[in-house]
Ligand binder design. Sequence first.
Ligand code: ZN
Ligand code: ZN
Length: 138
Amino acid sequence: MPSHHVHESEIGDVRLRCPKDGTLMEKSRVASGGVTVDRCAKCGAVWLDKHELERILAAGAADKVDLGPFGKDKPNGPIAPLQCPRDRSIMTEVADARQMHVLVMVCSECGGKLLDAGELIDLANFTVGERIRAVLKM
Ligand SMILES: [Zn+2]
Ligand SMILES: [Zn+2]
């Protein structure tokens, strides 16, 4: 592999490591949202920079980003503090404002979010459901 010096201007294109298992994440471009997300091929976690979650949900592209849960079941219980793959800040677990059972790891430093496999689809489905309910005024 040729050595490659990373310049400041290229930081946005640097491959990130999955905060959960250290695997190099793969870039995935979402055409409809104009967003490039990072996804871990090992655990399926998706890293979204600030505002990318909103853009993906607005574009209805969650199922193109989120490959769904990997393996049989996802680990429950407390997990070790995870570091932001961009700035190494300790991320905090925050319940989604609209869907309290979805816990998203958020970096307060850069506003990035780490979603477990399946969580993005979960959030998107809720959003669609909410829209329908709003229309029906249930
Ligand atoms: Zn991973
Ligand atoms: Zn960060």
